[in-house]
Write a protein that binds this ligand. Structure first.
Ligand code: KG4
Ligand code: ZN
Length: 362
């Protein structure tokens, strides 16, 4: 029975090894995410390190997901796996493992686009809440790798409305964090510290775009932060933070706060305010353009407290839905959920499925 089918989802596109069992595209029976801490001190994901960590984690993570769902491999109606976009060496670990399971068990394989997965995190939660997404919907996928706006039509047809021309929003957070000695990922720590600074202290100008008004740009802002740091030297505090990172992979906010003066909190607050304004401005215009009936915001940056507050305050033309934080960042429940309509349509992938570093959704 398709409505109760349990799908085992596997995600390994970047630095999270994840597996989940989702029933009927809605009920999360388990969702296990192993985050790789080893990248913190390098200021970004190191691809070789990532694939090695995936290899180490994939078997225990899948086992754990099945155990928590009280299921065996034979209970899965299909295995869904992220085919791209992402790091090829990382994607390959999940894909190879999923193919092996399907070959051994005679189960169908379903290939899922990671970006579509992020969108389905919202769709799944909306269905759980009993207030499903209404179409046409507007989806903003905003993460370390993507800042994309899509029109989503009934039956999950996608039209790309705009995307970043340079850095993704999460990438801008991560690069600013690296510059200031906060380590990777930068979003969560900057978000917490920004709340303690004055967002009007430093004036950054918003990107002015020619051409498609739904496109984003964040590299100018990143450069403006760099220029500000050059004009207001802070070598000593940055060195102290880097030293802390050498001692410990993920210092807590209290520790960072003790190493961060008010002037830097103000810089972070001003940076965050500018990122949010850039996102909100394009979102508002695109929602009007397609007469969206629901607005969905997902991807790691959707965890951002400032962005959630801005979306709640803004007079947007349709209700805005965010996934819970653990479904905003990379996870496999969203992959299993995105696979469900494909399962119902019998849209299966061949066992020759390849990893695709660059895979467009529309
Ligand atoms: O979706 P995700 O887990 O992986 C990608 O597909 O990229 O997103 C990770 C990104 C990182 O760039 C991280 O810094 C950012 O999401 N991020 C945040 C926050 N939490 C995670 N950015 C801003 N504010 C946050 N609270
Ligand atoms: Zn992602």
């Amino acid at each position: 029975m398709p409505g109760t089918a349990r799908i085992l989802g596997i995600e390994s596109s970047c630095d999270e090894t994840a597996a989940a069992v989702v029933q009927g595209g809605v009920n999360i029976l388990s969702s296990v995410v192993a985050s790789q801490l080893a990248h913190a001190k390098y200021g970004g994901v190191v691809p070789e390190l990532a694939s090695r960590e995936h290899l180490r984690a994939i078997v225990p993570v899948v086992r754990e997901a099945l155990a928590r769902a009280d299921a065996g491999l034979e209970d899965a109606a299909a295995v869904a796996v992220t085919e791209g976009p992402g790091l090829v060496g990382s994607l390959l670990v999940g894909i190879t493992y999923a193919k092996g399971l399907c070959f051994a068990l005679g189960k169908p394989l379903i290939a899922v686009n990671h970006i579509e997965g992020h969108i389905h995190a919202v769709v799944m939660e909306a269905r759980q809440s009993g207030a499903p997404v209404r179409f046409p919907a507007l989806a903003l996928v905003v993460s370390g790798g993507h800042t994309h706006l899509f029109e989503v039509r009934e039956g999950f047809g996608y039209r790309l409305l705009g995307k970043t021309r340079d850095d993704a929003a999460g990438e801008a957070y991560d690069k600013v964090a690296k510059l200031l000695g906060f380590g990777y990922p930068g979003g969560p720590v900057i978000d917490r510290l920004a709340a303690l600074g004055d967002p009007d202290a430093v004036r950054f100008t918003l990107a002015r775009m020619k051409g498609n008004p739904a496109d984003f740009s964040f590299s100018g802002l990143k450069t403006a932060v760099l220029r500000w740091v050059e004009a207001n030297p802070m070598e000593e505090e940055v060195a102290r933070r880097r030293e802390r990172l050498r001692q410990i992979d993920h210092p807590g906010v209290e520790q960072w706060l003790a190493l961060t003066p008010k002037r830097t909190l103000d810089l972070l607050a001003s940076f965050q305010k500018t990122v949010i304004e850039e996102l909100m401005r394009r979102l508002d215009a695109a929602a009007e353009q397609i007469a969206a009936r629901t607005i969905m915001i997902s991807g790691g940056v959707a965890c951002n407290a400032g962005l959630r507050a801005a979306a709640a305050r803004a007079p947007l033309p349709a209700p805005v839905l965010f996934p819970a934080s653990d479904l905003s960042t990379d996870n496999a429940a969203m992959i299993a959920a995105a696979a469900f309509p494909k399962f119902e349509r019998g849209e299966f992938a061949p066992l020759s499925l390849a990893a695709k570093a660059n895979l467009a959704l529309a």
